[in-house]
Design a protein around this ligand. Structure first.
Ligand code: IMP
Length: 423
């Protein structure tokens, strides 16, 4: 059985968690392939909002197995908090949640290093979520990291100590004032590791091979968005993993020829949290309206998200890099009430009109070129089928499908599971 992929096509926060939750009934296994608790996947049903950071978004369904893959970085302290939240809902995570032995651990000193590194950058800071993501992936690629499987070895504390000592020297090197109580952080860490060790650690790639052999259906769940990919995103204002489709191969051990559908999730407009270029960013009333109506605040950090019009140049780039086969448009309801909608269909780049996503999209090089379309005024949030859509929304969808040469198969009109329209 083939594997389907689901990933974000913009700068994250597209609403991947909601769609994974909606699609989970169709799958035996939901598998996260990269990122860590910098993610905040929001799900809403029965009038309750759930935010997951590490745990795959299929956990609320009865039968699906949820796998945290080797490409993910895990902070035991945050994961244990997530587990405690699940306790309230009587979720049997001891049998439904599996963790790859090859996933790397975020240590307390990784978080401190992240903070020291950001502080030392001053104005040039990335705007990191400060969850220790960059330093943990640095240790992974530098071949120094500690992995989940190491927790089963007798000398893991010694290895932790050696690495933490090195991190402390690195923190000092940054030359910034950072107040912390490592003893207290370590106490929390050790306590969380004890709880974490009650979960099931597996050789996840073998588990995936076997599941494929048995014809099980697998949905690989991405985190962040394509424009935050460490290779293809707006470097250096990116995260430290491959958020694009190839990341699912390395982050789970899935061969490229086993991937069938690639579901690309995007918002009907664009948002970005943290620093970095954003060509269609709005600094006016329209941007403020999107932020307010769309409740655009980070689910991990609470930071206000920057808002702007839909950038089709960037979206097309993401569709191509990921080989997207189906698009899913989120938050169409937020655009209700705009008389005119703007869609960026090209960039003016160093004075010339271009249609591709160039090396450098800093504002001094890039100016968006917009196509204007008519907006709609109807409230979409109560609609339950496509036939209720206003003509202008249908025109917006048709325009995007044509430009992106890919069908839009789901339109989301609100945060609840039920506010999902299959086209
Ligand atoms: P880091 O991955 O926490 O180091 O953050 C690097 C950049 O990616 C920052 O601009 C963050 O705001 C952004 N980022 C990381 N994770 C997410 C996410 O899940 N949604 C949106 N932006 C994110």
């Amino acid at each position: 059985m083939a594997v389907n992929l689901l990933l974000g096509l913009q700068w994250g926060d597209e609403g991947k968690g909601k769609i994974v939750d909606v699609l989970t009934n169709d799958y035996d296994i939901i598998a996260r392939f990269q990122g860590g608790p910098n993610a905040g996947h929001t799900l809403e049903f029965d009038s309750i909002k759930h935010v997951l950071h590490t745990i795959p978004s299929g956990i609320f369904h009865k039968t699906a197995i949820n796998l945290v893959g080797n490409g993910v970085v895990i902070d035991p302290v945050i994961l244990v908090k997530e587990l405690k939240n699940l306790d309230k809902f009587d979720i049997d995570y001891k049998s439904k949640l599996l963790i790859s032995r090859k996933a790397h651990l975020i240590l307390p000193t990784h978080r401190l290093l992240d903070a020291a590194s950001e502080a030392s950058k001053g104005k040039a800071k990335i705007g990191s979520t400060l969850k220790g993501i960059g330093p943990t992936y640095m240790d992974k690629t530098g071949r120094n990291g500690l992995r989940i499987g190491d927790l089963e070895l007798s000398d893991w504390k010694e290895r932790y100590r050696n690495l933490a000592n090195k991190h402390e020297a690195m923190i000092e090197f940054h030359g910034v004032e950072l107040e912390y109580d490592l003893k207290a952080l370590e106490a929390d860490f050790y306590e969380a590791v004890t709880i974490l060790k009650e979960l099931t650690f597996i050789d996840s790639e073998e588990y995936i091979f076997e599941a494929q052999r048995q014809g099980k259906s697998i949905l690989a769940e991405g985190a962040q968005g394509s424009l935050l990919d460490v290779d293809f995103g707006t470097y250096p204002f990116v995260t430290s993993s491959n958020t694009t489709a190839a990341g699912a191969c390395t982050g789970l051990g899935i061969a490229p020829n086993k991937i069938k559908e690639v579901f690309g999730i995007f918002k009907a407009y664009t948002t970005r949290v943290g620093s970095g270029p954003f060509p269609t960013e709005l600094f006016d009333e329209d941007g403020a309206t999107m932020a307010k109506v769309g409740n655009e605040f980070g689910s991990t950090t609470g930071r206000a998200r920057r808002c702007g019009w839909l950038d089709l140049v960037a979206l097309k780039y993401a569709v191509q890099i990921n080989g997207v086969t189906q698009l899913m448009m989120m938050k169409g309801d937020v655009l209700s009430g705009f008389e005119t909608l703007k869609i960026c269909t090209a960039y003016k780049y160093k004075g010339k009109e271009i249609k591709h996503f160039p090396y450098n999209i800093e504002p001094e090089n890039v100016e968006p070129i917009y196509t204007e379309v008519k907006g709609w005024s109807q409230d979409l949030t109560k609609m339950s089928k496509k036939s209720q859509f206003p003509n202008e929304l249908n025109d917006y969808i048709t325009f995007l499908e044509k430009e992106l040469e890919t069908p839009i198969t789901i339109v989301s009109v609100g945060p609840d599971r039920k506010q999902t329209i299959h086209m």
